[in-house]
Design a protein around this ligand. Sequence first.
Ligand SMILES: Nc1nc2c(ncn2[C@@H]2O[C@H](COP(=O)(O)OP(=O)(O)OP(=O)(O)O)[C@@H](O)[C@H]2O)c(=O)[nH]1
Ligand SMILES: [Mg+2]
Ligand SMILES: [Zn+2]
Length: 220
Amino acid sequence: MPEIVIMKEIRGKNEDHAKANRERFAEDHVLVVNVMGAPGAGKTSLIMALCKALKKTGIKCSVIEGDLYSTIDTDSFISAGFDSLQINTEGECHIDAAVIRQGYDRLKCADGVLFIENVGNLICPAEFDLGEDIRLIAASVPEGDDKPYKYVPMYSYVDAVVLTKCDLKEAVGFDTDHFTRGLRALNDAPVFETSARNEEEACGMDPVAGFIAERYRALG
Ligand SMILES: Nc1nc2c(ncn2[C@@H]2O[C@H](COP(=O)(O)OP(=O)(O)OP(=O)(O)O)[C@@H](O)[C@H]2O)c(=O)[nH]1
Ligand SMILES: [Mg+2]
Ligand SMILES: [Zn+2]
């Protein structure tokens, strides 16, 4: 049974907790990647593929999972041999910096990459700095190529965009140029195209893992 932290309330100002987190992550030589996206966008599948790719390059990965209820995603990471801890928000549609600190203090993440899978939601996770180094959105192609035009705060907030489920591009008529034009009106985050339907067919992961590994090595 994985350890679960229940998120109760926001204690104090989120920005103060985020600042303290950022200092602590830097002291511990931990690169933190906040993975956001809609429910079912493929966040867990993406993080799993990235953990495996980074492990091959000798980088240790841990995962904090944020969900309203259940330990389904944490169970997957523990089964795959990665340290993982579950936060259950019991109704809240985002996680905040204070609860991340509680989870972080229970995981031994030093000298590695920590992925945080945020609650599936394209709105308020963009209002809660967690103290992370990289804000990454998993944008699945079945959601449609118009999302940067509609979910402007989220698409303005991110440092990297990973298009997921690219195996479904043709089936759903996803126009990458239209998507990218909408994104470019907001920011210049790199866009990666991936598919993680199953392990054998996972593709496009190495450039994303390379982007994260480069940032990790830049910590010194
Ligand atoms: N076709 C296809 N399906 C995918 C891909 N990645 C994930 N899926 C499927 O999409 C569903 C959701 O994937 P998850 O990785 O659990 O998505 P999530 O964003 O973590 O979901 P929540 O945590 O519930 O919000 C699962 O049925 C996956 O098998 C992909 O690249 N291609
Ligand atoms: Mg998930
Ligand atoms: Zn919320």
